[in-house]
Design a protein around this ligand. Structure first.
Ligand code: ATP
Length: 310
């Protein structure tokens, strides 16, 4: 039933001239989820979000947002969602509290500036100007600004981009708090580790098409079991770039074709105890000088690379 979803995207198409930015995309976001929309640069994430937000019209297909029709009920939708764009600018001459008060004035339902600033840990900076904030504080303020109308759905386009690791952690903590308050969150990010940790479900897209949809664990398990239990991701750092012949030999020990870039080579190995030994033996025999070897469980990043390469 449509009402059970916060967002349904159905066979969406959006073209810019010859470029199909979104090309028959369908996915659904459950109410109360933190849903990650992932994809390489130019995959169509922002365009998809802009259609959900009512900022763009699709060429075909449709979106339902909070049970409302995106094409016919855009005004009602806008009143009930909050949006944090990739870059935002605010009135320079107003304080944080004044900006929030001004933005809130556009909505019938609104939260007090004090409560919003408290939520994002900026209560003591209510009288500051936006330009007086650090990058991390500015992103937290932008998040607060997206919540002025107490939205049921919050859309965040790369909220943690450009932040230091601690600020990124803080930001994701806030995203979880927004969800705990009852909102659904759709978020884009290029940080796979963060998506794996914080998103309940994800869609991975490329060239405007869906490649996979599910929880991080489901997506990881899907490639692990598709390869008969490829349990480990291996990263080799070598003294020099691998030759084509060396890559072929090492590739025969791995489950999926290795991905080599300069002195680094990523591959996946079966969980069989002999697999690693074989790899090391072959590396030694073919004259590969190993500087570093990392073995980790398969992560969302491996899934992302596997699905989007080529
Ligand atoms: P990124 O991760 O880099 O932000 P994205 O996944 O958000 O990328 P989009 O911004 O949706 O991708 O762009 C999808 C495709 O549509 C790209 O090829 C882009 O160049 C193209 N595109 C986006 N907006 C326009 C526009 N206004 N005019 C022409 N082409 C556009």
């Amino acid at each position: 039933m449509a009402g059970d979803y916060a967002v349904q995207v159905v066979e969406l198409v959006k073209r810019y001239g010859d470029v199909a930015a979104v090309d028959g995309l369908s996915f659904a976001v459950g109410r109360g989820e933190i849903f990650g929309l992932l994809g390489p640069n130019g995959a169509g994430k922002t365009t998809t979000l802009e259609i959900i937000e009512g900022l763009q019209r699709p060429d075909s297909g449709r979106v339902r947002v909070l049970g409302l029709d995106g094409a016919a009920q855009g005004r009602e939708i806008k009143a009930r969602i909050g949006v944090m764009l990739q870059a935002s600018s605010y009135y320079e001459y107003l304080s944080l509290a004044e900006v929030l008060s001004l933005l809130g004035g556009f909505y019938p339902r609104r939260l007090p500036p004090g409560e919003l600033l408290e939520l994002v840990g900026l209560a003591d900076k209510a009288r500051r100007r936006v330009r007086q904030l650090s990058g991390g504080e500015r992103q937290r303020f932008a998040l607060a600004a997206s919540l002025v109308n107490d939205p049921e759905l919050v859309i965040l386009d790369e909220p943690s981009a450009g932040l230091d690791p601690l600020s990124r952690r803080e930001l994701w903590g806030l995203v979880r708090r927004v969800r705990e308050r009852g909102a659904t969150v759709i978020v884009t990010t290029h940080y796979m580790e963060e998506a794996e940790e914080s998103c309940d479900r994800l869609a991975i897209i490329n060239h405007g098409r869906l490649l996979a949809e599910g929880s991080p664990r489901e997506l990881i398990n899907r490639i692990v079991s598709a390869e008969g239990g490829a349990a480990y991701a291996v990263k080799l750092v070598t003294a020099g770039p691998l030759t084509g012949a060396q890559l072929d030999v090492l590739g025969r020990c791995a489950i999926a074709a290795p991905i080599a870039d300069g002195n680094t080579c990523l591959m996946r190995l079966s969980s069989h105890p002999a697999a690693l030994q074989d790899l090391l033996d072959e590396a030694g025999r073919s004259g590969v000088v190993l500087e570093q070897l990392e073995i980790t469980p398969v992560t969302l990043e491996d899934v992302f690379i596997e699905l989007t390469r080529g």
